[in-house]
Design a protein around this ligand. Structure first.
Ligand code: SF4
Ligand code: SF4
Length: 404
């Protein structure tokens, strides 16, 4: 257990239970629930149609057996896990969904979606493979217009320009608040563990009440700032302070402990399974920033609020620096900016087994991190199982030692 931890699995569980209860309640009253699998799917459109978007990419190895009845065993664990939950009907959120919106991204996901369509109605968004050229934005805008019509038809609710603009504003606030959690780590001494960031922002994919999510995240930011200020030199040694009945910290050693930890940027595949994140911090590092699509890849990308909203969504979502795009030079730029802003000591790239998309791109990432940004880099290729924990511990420990 990390010292002075304020936000842990129990915190996440409580928030998730609350969100789940409210989603069930709304679903029972007739609100449509739409499953999504990718950061390119504009959740604003779903919300503007009065439906609830739920992110269904899974991080558990439990449903692998069910998945492998239909899918190859040597497939990306994220794809197997997401499909396994669907086929085994073991994810309550998937169970609740009325239909699915899925993007044509990597090969494995695209082909899995064909099978998923047998279980639930699924609309495939034909994502362009090139980001941000005028042609790709026009093409994507056209795709989003089709999605808007489909949502109107399935929900029976019109998507007006003004309700879509309101949703864009609201989601931009969620993105900015999410980014503000990361920004707590831009100082010389980081103020929040990566595992805490994950607990605080991790329920962002379940969006029954965005205002409430923003409120919870803002409250978490206040607690983190309070922990840091109580840990400053002005306080008496060994005094115990409580934020609430469950969280006691020893105020004097928190910043001291954080100052000793090498600052890590975690990049690569979505960290749906948390084992690498936990290993880095249990072994003495601190993950100051995550560049994954649930993290700074999308939290740092606001949607333009003043132009026609579907055009704005097309332009804004295509800025996400995902390896499915080719070329994907924006990702190198993003990583460079994060390294500077977060004073990163070393970069860990997480690659899920059989993810060719991120694995092939990792050559360019390593080259840029080592040569352009002059930082150490390590690639961790793994799956969701615990089988390789010993080996990963040895490699990550050696990497962290080198950074010290
Ligand atoms: S990594 Fe790319 S393809 Fe995968 S969920 Fe994120 S944005 Fe979508
Ligand atoms: S981690 Fe890689 S293989 Fe898996 S779904 Fe994402 S892009 Fe596809």
């Amino acid at each position: 257990m990390l010292p002075h931890l304020l936000f842990n699995d129990a915190y996440t569980k409580k928030i998730e239970e609350d969100i789940y209860a409210r989603t069930v309640e709304k679903s029972a009253l007739g609100t449509k629930v739409v499953g999504i699998y990718c950061a390119f799917t504009p959740r604003e459109l779903i919300a503007a149609s009065g439906a609830i978007p739920v992110a269904l990419c899974s991080g558990s190895e439990e449903p692998f057996q069910a998945a492998e009845a239909h899918l190859p065993a040597n497939l990306c664990p994220l794809i197997k896990s997401s499909y396994g939950h669907a086929v085994a009907d073991s994810c309550p959120y998937f169970h609740m969904t009325d239909f699915l919106l899925a993007d044509a991204t990597c090969d494995g996901k695209k082909k899995m979606f064909e099978l998923l369509n047998r279980i639930k109605p699924l609309h495939l968004l034909q994502l362009p493979q090139t980001a941000s050229t005028p042609e790709s934005i026009d093409y994507w805008e056209n795709e989003l217009r089709k999605v808007a019509s489909l949502l109107e038809e399935r929900t029976g609710n019109p998507i007006t320009e003004s309700n879509l603009k309101s949703q864009i504003k609201l989601y931009n606030r969620l993105r900015s608040t999410t980014e503000a959690v990361f920004k707590l780590n831009t100082g010389d001494i980081p103020l929040v563990y990566g595992v805490e960031i994950d607990s605080i922002i991790g329920s962002g994919g379940f969006e029954v009440d965005i205002e409430n999510r923003i409120f919870d995240i803002e409250k978490a930011i206040e607690m983190i700032q309070k922990r840091a200020s109580l840990s400053s030199n002005n306080t008496k040694p060994n005094q115990q302070l409580s934020f609430n009945d469950n969280h006691m910290i020893n105020k004097n050693s928190f910043l001291e402990n954080m100052a000793k930890r090498p600052k890590i940027l975690l990049t690569g595949c979505p960290s749906t399974n948390k084992k690498v994140l936990h290993l880095i911090e249990n072994l003495g590092g601190v993950v100051v920033a995550m560049e994954s699509c649930g993290g700074l890849k999308s939290a740092g990308t606001l949607i333009e609020e003043t132009i026609e909203p579907i055009r704005a969504l097309a332009e804004g979502t295509l800025k996400i620096a995902c390896a499915c795009m080719t070329p994907n030079t924006k990702r190198v730029d993003l990583i460079g900016n994060i390294i500077d802003e977060y004073r990163v000591d070393g970069v860990v790239e997480l690659i899920w087994d059989a993810c060719h998309t991120y694995n092939v791109e990792s050559f360019q990432i390593q080259e840029a991190v080592n040569k352009t940004f002059d930082r150490p880099y390590i690639k961790i290729k793994t799956d969701y199982s615990q089988n390789d924990i010993g080996q990963l511990e040895t490699r990550i420990e050696a990497f962290l030692e080198m950074l010290k």
